[in-house]
Design a protein around this ligand. Structure first.
Ligand SMILES: Cc1cc2nc3c(=O)[nH]c(=O)nc-3n(C[C@H](O)[C@H](O)[C@H](O)COP(=O)(O)OP(=O)(O)OC[C@H]3O[C@@H](n4cnc5c(N)ncnc54)[C@H](O)[C@@H]3O)c2cc1C
Length: 432
């Protein structure tokens, strides 16, 4: 009897953890052929992208090569972008791969599956706001985060070279005060604080102005008031201009127009105001929500096809209270471990388990300045407010849990030590 073929599309926060477990348990023992497909050749944990964008984190140090990781973890890796699905023949099509000059490196290919998992994440949703796609940066992928970092660096260079100019401040407009927008604004201040020591002697913290613009009446709209209020105060202490109840109506090359009236002049704009699942998901013949998320049962099987699973940001997974699982790294991590058990159960002919999201709380990191958040108490619906070093420790632990799932405990421990050493050995800002 041939081995069951499990194909996982998307090696992000959830997908890479899933194939690692499947590869170790089934792939290495020859019980299944586990294949990971990703459009990139390396993985970087998405919640680190705002640090990549400001140069505080060198993506080269934290990224993982899928090819290298697959070899030692019992799965196969295929680079490619999913573009089509044929449920009759149980086959996915991967688009041709081209080099930077548009020359074909690999032709379009097809891949057969017995069980298919979609974990392709999400992309920014600009809700059709005029000028956003042309004039704003996004932080959906490592390439986009790097693109913003280079644009920021060029802006610093331009300002540092100009002896006198009308506007002595570099102004960054961040649209959306969810976790991404808020954390990015604090990281930008942290980066500007370090500029002097890296040779930009004419630039300092006072030369960076950050506007964070939020349509809701408060920042971090989905989090409890206590966290929003504490973070709002911290941002104001840093000198961030926080605009709430302010809807962005249009973005131009150097201006953000808002419902408030006066446009805000900017050098750089970032859109961080909402997400949706990639549009191609709506064309695969599977039932999706309005924002393209694939509708799944609590077992994470799609409503249309029990052989197709979806989880993480790209899936709409119902919960007992009528809500759906939130699009967070914490949820993708938990879903990966239940889906791993469910795929093993499918192969063994056993019953599948329903996924129940355990909210462990929400933490917001304000670079080196502070961290604030809440932890959910076990066996109770009440949360515990934490801040400072304790909050920072719990914030970092989410990434360590991801590392542990893909590298194991020993290697993660060594990485913690290396990261500590790198703080002394490497520059704190990536300026090249
Ligand atoms: C700046 C930022 C900060 C964040 N901070 C937090 C936080 O503090 N806490 C938290 O819980 N969450 C946070 N999030 C949200 C979190 O990153 C996501 O919820 C999480 O990454 C979702 O995991 P996923 O596996 O569903 O998708 P992702 O991690 O996005 O992975 C998707 C993968 O699919 C691949 N892919 C996409 N399309 C295709 C295709 N067509 N073919 C092949 N491969 C494809 C991508 O290359 C990627 O590797 C943050 C997000 C951002 C952007």
């Amino acid at each position: 009897m041939s081995k069951p073929r499990i194909v996982v599309i998307g090696g992000g926060a959830g997908g890479l953890e899933l194939v690692t477990r499947l590869g170790r348990r089934l792939g290495k023992k020859g019980k299944a052929d586990v294949v990971l497909v990703d459009r990139n050749s390396t993985h970087i944990w998405k919640p680190l992208l705002h640090e990549v964008a400001t140069g505080v984190l060198d993506s080269g140090l934290d990224e993982i090569s899928y090819q290298g990781h697959s070899g030692s973890n019992g799965y196969r890796f295929q680079r490619g972008t999913l573009c089509n699905l044929n449920r009759e023949t149980r086959c996915v099509t991967l688009a041709a791969i081209e080099d930077e000059d548009g020359n074909e490196v690999l032709p379009a290919r097809s891949l057969e599956y017995d069980h298919l998992v979609l974990s392709v994440g999400s992309v920014s949703n600009d809700f059709g706001t005029e000028g956003v796609s042309d004039h704003c940066h996004f932080l959906d992928s490592p390439a986009q985060a790097e693109g913003f970092r280079k644009a920021l660096l060029n802006t610093f260079l331009r300002y540092s070279g100009e002896a006198s100019h009308d506007n002595p401040c570099i102004t960054v407009g961040i649209i959306g005060a969810g976790a991404t927008g808020v954390e990015l604004s604090a990281e930008l201040h942290d980066a500007s604080r370090m500029l002097k020591s890296y040779g930009f002697t004419s630039l300092g913290r006072e030369h960076l102005k950050v506007h964070v613009i939020e349509a809701a009446p408060k920042i971090l709209p989905v989090l409890p008031d206590r966290i929003s209020d504490a973070v709002h105060k911290e941002l104001e202490k840093l000198g961030v201009n926080v605009h709430v109840d302010t809807r962005v109506t249009k973005v131009e090359a150097n201006r953000i127009h808002t419902s408030d009236g006066d446009p805000i002049k900017i050098d750089l704009g970032v859109w961080a105001a909402g997400i949706k699942a990639p549009a191609f998901l709506a064309e695969l013949g599977l039932e999706v929500e309005r924002n393209n998320r694939v509708k799944v049962h609590p077992t994470m099987q799609s409503l249309d096809d029990p052989r197709i699973f979806a989880f993480g940001d790209c899936a709409s997974c119902p919960q007992e209270d009528g809500s759906v699982v939130p699009p967070r790294a914490q949820a993708a991590h938990q879903q990966a471990s239940v889906l791993y058990k469910n795929l093993c159960a499918v192969i063994d002919g056993k019953a599948l388990k329903a996924f129940k999201f355990q909210d462990r709380g929400s933490l917001i990191s304000l670079a080196h300045f502070d961290a604030v958040g809440s932890l959910m108490r076990a066996a109770s619906a009440r949360s515990l407010f934490i801040e400072g070093n304790l909050a920072r420790l719990f914030y970092a632990s989410l990434y360590r849990m991801h590392q542990r799932a893909i590298h194991g405990t020993l290697k993660t421990g060594m990485m913690v030590v290396v990261d500590g050493l790198n703080r002394f050995l490497k520059p704190r800002l990536k300026l090249h």
